[in-house]
Design a protein around this ligand. Structure first.
Ligand SMILES: NC(=O)c1ccc[n+]([C@@H]2O[C@H](COP(=O)([O-])OP(=O)(O)OC[C@H]3O[C@@H](n4cnc5c(N)ncnc54)[C@H](OP(=O)(O)O)[C@@H]3O)[C@@H](O)[C@H]2O)c1
Length: 314
């Protein structure tokens, strides 16, 4: 069993640098519960969920079982969940519901999932124009800060935020976001964003670090890339370990999903892989391509984002 390495967030909490993703193509709570039980036995301590994934209940059941069986204590776990766009009007109630579903007392990290606000009833990933509400990040963030003051979460952060959007938030924040969770893999290196976050001591967490291999939103071009494969061969590693090792070498944490025991073990071993400078230089030359575009928050009338350029600002 690899022991999880951790990064210290600016609030002082330690966050293990490999997180266990809980989004599944064909969601099956039982499969997830079993996968989480296995993951805990293999040494995973950091779990990533969100209201919109529908995975909070099964994750909570597995975590509570492991705590009841004394395999792990609550303080050893790091649990992240996220505020969906239709809950910006009341993050305190939203996090309370998340905690009820997870059956735990507090979150280690609560993230604003996207910088977009829907009306309360629009609990969806395919909003209609009428479902959008006017985004007021100042009041959303103030309520996120209240969640910390109330002890409902230890840290707060953002996800899918561009540097400009964070800069605006910093203008009114009392608590600096601890984390920005974004898509990042060898084909989306997030160099500018990482530099910006580094300057503000905001930790970057990489989601879809394998390019979402085999998922409906992902691509096989990360793990099937011949350069990644030859780097893997050189280090007697696997392409997945190279992709994860590359992310870790950039100082980010990686949130990787596998419900398969062999691949969970394989992914954990990325912690011991050290890439050579020339490996990193070769990956540096890959062309960039974003997989999760967030087209669902773009429209001409009611969204603050009329184009993908408005969302990502790159
Ligand atoms: N904040 C956000 O907006 C956001 C967006 C997307 C994702 N996320 C988080 O990030 C997590 C991970 O992202 P993701 O699920 O999109 O992509 P990912 O972790 O890059 O890829 C997952 C896919 O790769 C397969 N896989 C895992 N390990 C492998 C290995 N060693 N070799 C070959 N295939 C492997 C998995 O299948 P098996 O299970 O069969 O192994 C699954 O199909 C999510 O679960 C979620 O928690 C956050």
């Amino acid at each position: 069993m690899e022991s999880e390495q951790a990064v210290r967030l600016q609030g002082g909490s330690k966050m293990p640098i490999i997180g266990f993703g809980t989004v599944n193509n064909s969601f099956n709570g039982e499969g997830l519960e079993l996968a989480v039980e296995t993951a805990i036995k293999l040494g995973y301590r950091h779990f990533d969920t969100a209201m919109i994934y529908g995975s909070e209940v099964a994750l909570g059941r597995a975590l509570n079982k492991a705590m009841d069986d004394k395999i792990v204590q609550r303080e050893e776990l790091f649990v992240t969940s996220k505020l969906w766009c239709n809950d910006h009007h009341d993050p305190v109630s939203a996090v309370r519901q998340t905690l009820r579903r997870l059956e735990i007392e507090y979150l280690d990290l609560y993230l604003i999932h996207y910088p977009a606000k829907f009306k309360p009833w629009a609990s969806t990933v395919s909003p209609m124009e009428d479902d959008f509400d006017k985004l007021d990040m100042e009041s959303t963030w103030a309520a996120m800060e209240k969640c910390v003051d109330m002890g409902l979460c230890k840290n707060i952060g953002v996800s899918n935020f561009s540097p400009n959007k964070i800069q605006n938030l910093l203008g009114h924040a009392s608590i600096i976001p601890a984390v920005n969770q974004v898509e990042m893999h060898p084909f989306l290196k997030q160099k500018k964003l990482r530099e910006f976050c580094g300057e503000h001591k905001i930790h970057v967490s990489a989601y879809t670090p394998l390019g979402g291999y085999g998922t409906i939103w992902g691509t096989k071009s990360v793990l099937d890339n011949s350069i990644i494969q030859s780097i893997a061969l050189k280090h007697k590693a696997t392409p997945a370990q190279v992709a994860l090792g590359w992310g870790l070498s950039k100082g980010v944490s990686v949130i990787v999903k596998s419900f398969n025991e062999g691949r969970m073990k394989e992914n954990m071993k990325a912690l011991t892989l050290r890439l050579d400078e020339e490996d990193v230089a070769e990956i540096e030359r890959f062309e960039e391509k974003r997989l999760l575009q967030a087209t669902f928050i773009v429209n001409d009338t009611t969204s603050p984002y009329k184009s993908l350029q408005d969302v990502w600002e790159e």
